[in-house]
Design a protein around this ligand. Structure first.
Ligand SMILES: NC(=O)c1ccc[n+]([C@@H]2O[C@H](COP(=O)([O-])OP(=O)(O)OC[C@H]3O[C@@H](n4cnc5c(N)ncnc54)[C@H](O)[C@@H]3O)[C@@H](O)[C@H]2O)c1
Length: 387
């Protein structure tokens, strides 16, 4: 593995850290990428690209980015760029990641890794071939509540976890009726692949990447096709006349090796008391844990359940706020410069897409389906692979 950091930085001041030169492709959620890198002394964002040049110029000015490109190919051709983050519509994750890897860049792709597992596998193969670090932006892993739950699971505090519930429910949050988000071809799906994949990843990551075997699921498109459920506040535009091709609610029941089960729900729009809430609940035979983040709250979101001498207990840790993108990008930079294992890895990204695909397949067929057996289970590579 080529490690740009391992060669040292000739001529640099002794205490100046070796910086990774990064290019960001996409100026929407790209702002969170810039914020995340801004807090890292080892990151140097040297270029940004996007078709919406006004937005890109604003961001470049705000974050002092020296070079602005339009098409992703232009940024990838910049020899100064060592690593690329991919924040473009889902359908473009594949060509952009493949082009970047082929050009010898290390790559961090926004979730989902790809719209389908077959395409995701191509990215994994390309990263292996190019011997470059590949990561997926599951930024919610950076939350302190999530990390505490993972630690408690790992040290056995909950005992054997036998059931989990993960959800991301929006009351009225379709991100742009008629945009790429609501096109099956461009996004690969609706709230399940957009939001559900975040909490699916959280559940599987804290539980040590159990292997899924069977899925029973249903999807619904009830509000979107009526033109209801658009994101409030005008953040996302509506493209009139375009059809609504994806689900607006998905529900799935997943069975894993060893008897673990997971209930997963995701909505962009539904008549529910939720605003824009996500969460994770774990039931163990020695304790439980619940994360409930209302409207992206980062504090006051976690409770552990146990007992003392037969008396039920509730523990509510005092939490700190963190920048999720900053957290996962720190791991990416360390992986590239120091050779530490990449987490969230490309394989984990592929595992989640494979499961999402099985959920859609089950919903389409109206029955339980087998989850395709992975060639290399994410379980075997958790935190142990750079590709
Ligand atoms: N991790 C998170 O919290 C999070 C949040 C929002 C979105 N996302 C993901 O980020 C990705 C982008 O979502 P978004 O909300 O920013 O979408 P968006 O539509 O707001 O922005 C997409 C960006 O891609 C650019 N783009 C499109 N084609 C391009 C090309 N050929 N060359 C260069 N740039 C091109 C557009 O100009 C735009 O700047 C999606 O995969 C989405 O799932 C992740």
């Amino acid at each position: 593995m080529l490690r740009p950091g391992s060669k040292g930085s000739e001529g640099a001041a002794v205490d100046e850290p070796r910086k990774l030169k990064i290019g960001i492709i996409g100026c929407g959620v790209g702002i969170l990428h810039l914020q995340g890198f801004a807090e890292n002394p080892r990151a140097d964002v040297v270029a940004i690209a996007g078709l919406d040049q006004d937005r890109c110029h604003d961001l470049a000015k705000q974050f002092n980015v020296p070079r602005i490109y339009r098409e992703y190919q232009e940024l990838i051709a910049d020899p100064d760029v060592e690593a690329v983050t991919v924040a473009v519509p889902n359908i473009l994750h594949v060509p952009v990641a493949l082009a970047a890897l082929e050009a010898g860049k290390h790559v961090m792709v926004e979730k989902p890794l790809a719209p389908t597992a077959e395409e995701g596998q191509r990215i994994i193969d390309a990263a292996r071939e190019a011997n470059r670090v590949l990561g997926v932006v599951f930024n919610r892993r950076g939350r302190q509540d999530v990390q505490l739950v993972k630690r408690e699971v790992e040290r056995g505090a909950l005992g054997e976890v036998y059931h989990a519930r993960a959800f991301w429910m929006r009351r009225s949050g379709i991100p742009g009726l008629g945009t790429w988000f609501t096109s099956k071809g461009m996004a690969g799906g609706g709230p399940l692949i957009d939001l559900g994949i975040h909490v699916l990843d959280l559940a599987l990551w804290v539980l040590g990447n159990p292997v899924a075997r069977r899925v029973s699921a249903a999807t619904y498109a009830e509000l979107g096709p009526q033109g209801r459920g658009q994101w409030q506040g005008g953040r996302f535009k509506i493209v009139p006349g375009e059809t609504y091709e994806v689900e607006d609610f998905a529900t799935a029941f997943i069975r894993f090796d060893g008897g673990l089960t997971l209930q997963l729900d995701a909505s962009w729009a539904a008549y529910t008391g939720h605003g824009d809430d996500f969460g994770l609940a774990l039931l163990g035979d020695n304790g439980g844990a619940e994360i409930h983040a209302r409207d992206y709250a980062q504090t006051g979101t976690l409770r552990f359940f146990g007992e003392i001498d037969g008396v039920p207990t509730v523990t509510e840790p005092r939490l700190l706020e963190r920048h999720g993108h900053g957290e996962v990008f720190r791991g990416f930079i360390e992986s590239v410069l120091d050779g530490t294992p990449m987490s969230p890895s490309g394989e984990e990204g592929l595992d989640r897409v494979r499961l999402i695909q099985a959920i859609y397949r089950s919903a389409e067929l109206g029955r339980e389906v087998e989850v395709e057996a992975p060639d290399s289970p994410a379980a075997a590579t958790e935190g142990g692979s750079s590709a």
